[in-house]
Design a protein around this ligand. Structure first.
Ligand code: NAP
Length: 281
């Protein structure tokens, strides 16, 4: 089984971004991302650290805007609206999941679409659904970019996405559809998920359950992308049961070492895109 490592793609993206960032700085624009968090969960925290480190290498400022875990909806919305109006901020990322009773679906309306680098605002969600993606959730984009980078055929392929969240499963399905795959989305109310995944040559696991996708749920020779990030006492594991999948799948993205680095670079690339558009407008 081939491992679909993310690092070579991440490095390629990084090189492209380095040039674009330098060009922006030359024209007097310092690209800046505001990463807004509310009380933070471990997975999101690791992501934020990596984002800041990679951003620094690209000369993209990553401002941590951390609200306390008991912040009100009004406080969060005010923060997003302030950043949306701040000409020095080019991208806004709201780290999820949000704690307590904060309603993410309603709150993301307050990230102005032009700075919505994680594609959370319904305007950007609508463009994706319409087949005209502008800013899309970076993990979903990383899934498709990793498949393309490793030469996996998507046109005409049967693809199964397990998970329908707005951040991973659903946008990944739309992007696969845009690549002319025939896509089925499975979720917690889907009976016999194995019957669906066994029909697919490309399987995306975005479930949030360690080891959910097992070898007997796959067709021989399938390509599997593991989007899972499950923090376990012994480290981070994905949503795929690597042991049973190894003898069945042709290729698998490892966790860690698969999507993570690509996701970060794509998000930072979106900040550059937002800054370039801001410069043009
Ligand atoms: P999520 O919001 O919890 O969504 C999980 C999805 O999996 C839901 O659609 C859910 O179905 C489905 N599901 C849960 N249990 C299932 C079961 N037993 N059988 C079938 N389907 C089931 O999680 P997420 O944010 O999409 O993340 C998925 C994984 O990717 C996690 O491991 C996460 O850490 C990782 N990840 C997340 C992000 C992020 O930005 N959130 C980024 C990168 C990676 P229902 O819709 O029916 O509930």
């Amino acid at each position: 089984m081939r491992l679909l490592h993310g690092k070579p793609l991440a490095e390629k993206l990084h090189e492209g971004s380095r040039e674009r960032s330098a060009a922006l700085h030359t024209s007097g624009i310092a690209p800046r991302l505001a990463a807004v968090s509310v009380g933070i969960d471990p997975a999101a925290n690791t992501y934020l650290q990596r984002l800041a480190a990679r951003g620094k290498k690209l000369d993209i400022a990553v401002d941590e805007v951390a609200l306390s875990g008991d912040a009100t909806e009004r406080q969060l919305i005010t923060t997003l609206e302030r950043l949306s109006a701040d000409a020095g901020v080019h991208g806004i990322l709201l780290l999820t999941p949000l704690p307590g009773a904060l309603d993410e679906g309603h709150i993301v309306d307050h990230i102005v679409p032009a700075k919505d680098v994680e594609g959370m605002n319904p305007f950007n969600v609508g463009l994706l659904a319409d087949g005209r993606p502008r800013f899309v959730p970076s993990t979903a984009e990383a899934i498709v970019e990793l498949l393309k980078f490793h030469g996996v055929t998507l046109r005409g392929a049967r693809a199964a996405v397990v998970g329908r969240s707005t951040v991973v499963g659903r946008p990944a399905a739309y992007l696969l559809l845009k690549e002319d795959a025939t896509v089925t989305i499975a979720h917690s109310r889907t009976p016999d998920i194995g019957a669906i995944t066994r029909e697919a040559s490309v399987v995306v696991a975005a479930v949030g359950r360690p080891g959910f996708v097992k070898g007997d749920m796959l067709a021989h020779g399938a390509t599997v992308i593991d989007a899972g990030i499950n923090v376990m006492p012994h480290g981070i594991v994905g949503d795929v049961d690597v042991e049973s999948v190894t003898s069945v799948a042709a290729a698998l993205s490892p966790v860690p070492g698969g999507l993570g680095a690509v996701t970060t670079e794509l998000l930072l690339r979106n900040v550059l895109t937002a800054a370039e558009r801001h410069q043009r407008d």
